[in-house]
Design a protein around this ligand. Sequence first.
Ligand code: HEM
Length: 181
Amino acid sequence: MQNHYHFTAGPTGTWRITSINAVQGSGLESAAALDITELSSTSPLPEPVWMLRGMVSNVRYATRPELTDMRAKQEWLGRPNARRAALIPIKKSAAWWDLAQDERRAIFEETSHHTAIGMEYLPAVARKLFHSRDLGEPFDFLTWFEFAADDAAAFEHMVGRLRATREWTYVEREVDIRLER
Ligand code: HEM
């Protein structure tokens, strides 16, 4: 399947896991390393410690001007100096999914300023969003970020600001996994 990724935690992998922190709800078992593979290219380890799946999908909330601004400012994954990463799987509550699309957008941006906050940290932080909800996964989203060690404090600051928003009152499970390579 195209655009379909496996996040596989196990004894070996490209990224060394430095911490796994349960922010909300239950956490994930500790493991030494993580690999991200496209489903079509390689099969995952036979017995991973855990494996999460996600796919790249269309945007839901960003407006044309937001997308244009973001694309002008954002950096790509895989920058040689971006040796730190965060994988933050998130599950939102039934109350969130019961809202209408326009209500979710209003909470996401007009109230919580998710994109506006995040944009302040571009291009230092490179990001990619994977959707998991429709795959029947334990999380709705897998969020992935890469940054240089020098930008780790700024990343921490951003995550703190986002977790204090109204949007995050709808987050019922969140695990914060930090990595290095
Ligand atoms: C690097 C700065 C960031 C920027 C520029 C950014 C931007 C965005 C944008 C534009 C979307 C909406 C995509 C759409 O229209 O469907 C989005 C979704 C999302 N972001 Fe961020 N974000 C950033 C950081 C973060 C962080 C640090 C987290 C987690 C701690 C996060 C978690 C999410 C989640 C879970 C969604 C999906 C929300 C949903 O569909 O309900 N983002 N982000």
